[in-house]
Design a protein around this ligand. Sequence first.
Ligand code: NAD
Ligand code: TYD
Length: 372
Amino acid sequence: MTILVTGGAGFIGANFVLDWLAASSETVVNLDKLTYAGNLETLTSLQNNANHVFVRGDIGDLALVESLLQTHQPRAVVNFAAESHVDRSIHGPGEFIETNIMGTFRLLEAVRGYWSGLPQEEMHPRVKPENDKHLTQSSFRFLHVSTDEVYGSLSKDDPAFAETHRYEPNSPYSASKAASDHLVRAWHHTYGLPVLTTNCSNNYGPYHFPEKLIPLMIVNALAGKPLPVYGDGMQVRDWLYVKDHCSAIRRVLEAGRLGETYNVGGWNEKPNIEIVQTVCKLLDALRPKADGTHYSSQITYVTDRPGHDRRYAIDARKLEQELGWKPAETFESGIRKTVEWYLANPQWVSNVQSGAYRDWVQKQYAGADRKP
Ligand code: NAD
Ligand code: TYD
């Protein structure tokens, strides 16, 4: 059997593909546009893995997606592809509308066409062809990966976001993700497409592009640069180790109820300044500065992000109680692993930062062939 993963060269998608292929013999077709955030280097260990088929392309390219679906006949599509950084969405929302809304719409249309051509019922075993893969309209799944940011901002004493919380997105990023969630919902209610949606809190871990808070702080600290904390640094985010997000997606794909949304989080709310201090302390212990000063001396308070959401917090009880999911990492174990990973992988960081690897990829793709 095969699954189609979109955005599988990005932070969470790549972790998902790596984990999936480590545990399963199913083929993964990985469709990624390779924007600045997508890095094939993250997938180097899969170069000789026949179960990984990488395709460079856009989820909004209807003809390409239709042909991939027909060729590979996936039993599921997991949609990670998106523009994902709030600050970028403030400076230039266009790409967010294009990929997160229009791209999801076109992807849904391609998937709907493919799905409606699948057999409705499983055939009787005696008439089943030898190579029948038991793929039917009811066994197919479209899983849409989304964010808790669609729910808006909480004040200090509000209960955490449950799945029933109203949508109140505040940034161009979260508004575009909210729109995509609504499209996915509508394709279920109107056309019967078997969809699942996950709304996860902030992730951290290996292969995180160093524009997001945690990897940026690690990379800037090591480079002796300022650690820019927005506003008073007391905004609260709810942090989940990326591998735990991936295990939640696998669980929802396996057992989630059709048309349902599942919030994913590890009950791990922390103010940003505490996160930055924790990163600094770990670096002090693991890579002490030559001049004996602490990394926290690099912390610099800067102008706040416009429209900055004050607090996010996820109530993950539905996923825990209905599907029995639990995160494997505590914040303490996950953040230590993350800092250790960045210390051990300076080459990955400098490649994604310099764009050298992306230039190499552009050259590789100068010809018509899509496969690296
Ligand atoms: P990312 O920015 O690291 O990766 C996104 C990937 O999508 C990249 O590889 C990029 O090349 C690819 N992509 C972008 N536009 C594309 C297009 N039009 N067609 C095909 N591929 C395209 O993002 P991430 O942090 O890995 O997030 C993945 C998904 O998870 C996103 O949908 C995001 O909204 C969601 N999410 C992220 C977080 C988080 O903390 N990072 C939390 C909850 C949900
Ligand atoms: P980020 O990693 O961009 O994720 P999101 O905006 O999707 O939650 O930011 C996490 C928090 O850290 C958010 O409150 C903004 C803050 N932040 C800083 O204070 N400084 C920074 O340089 C960055 C990138 C983020």
